[in-house]
Design a protein around this ligand. Sequence first.
Ligand code: C5P
Length: 235
Amino acid sequence: ARTAAVIPAAGRGVRLGPGVPKALRTLGGTPMLIHAVRAMADSRAVSLVVVVAPPDGAAEVKSLLDAHALPDRTDFLVVPGGGTRQESVRLGLDALPPGYDIVLVHDAARPLVPVDTVDAVIGAVRDGAPAVVPALPLADTVKQVEPAAGPGEPESVVATPDRSLLRAVQTPQGFDRATLERAHRTVKDNVTDDASMVEQLGRTVVTVPGHEEAFKVTRPLDLILAEAVLARRRL
Ligand code: C5P
C-alpha cells in the first residue's frame, strides 16, 4: 500500500502574532512548511506529499517547494485550501490520485516531528488500524470549566478528569484512506483533528507514542523552542 501525506498549511496563524501566514514563517532560515514537508518526505514510505496552501497562495507555495531541495523519490502537489482546517484537509484528499491506500494528515505547524514517529504511525495503519494518532501523557492537570456568565464574572471549574487517562495528540495522524474519506463525507461538525471524525463514525482510533519535538508551533514562545531544537540538531 502506498502512503501519501496531506499537509494543511492554509491557516493564518493569528495566535503567533502579526505577519506572514504561519507556515511561511522561517525556522533556522527555512520556512516552517518546508521543514514539515521534509519531515514527511524523510520517511521512505511516503511517496506523495500534498500541500494545502492558503486559498490565494498556491503559486507562492509551489515556487517555495521548487526553491528547496526535496527528495527525488517523492512527488509533490500543491492545492488551494479553505476557510477551516477540516475543509483544507478535504481539499487535499480530493487531490489524491488512486493507489494511495494510507494517508497521513500532518500540520504544517509541527515542523520538527522526527521520522521515527512518522514511521510508527504508518506502521500501525499497515498493521490494520483504521486511524492512528501519536499521543503523549499530559504534564499539566486539566480542568473542565463552565464559561463565565458574563464579562467580569469568573469561569468556574466543573470537573478534573483523571489525568492518567488523558493524552495530548499530535500529527501526523494516519488513516486507512477509505475510512478518512468516509469521515470527511459524513462528519460536518467543525472538529480540530481528523481522528475525531473517525471516532464519530464509531471506528477505533489507536495511539502510538508521540514525541516532544512534534509540538505545535502556535504561540511566540513555541518559535523560540523550535529554533533551539533545530540548533541542537545542527550541532
Ligand atoms: O490553527 P491550527 O494551529 O489548529 O491549525 C493547524 C493546521 O491547519 C495548520 O497547519 C494550519 O495551516 C492548517 N489550517 C488550514 N486551513 C485553515 C486553517 C488551518 O490548512 N483554514
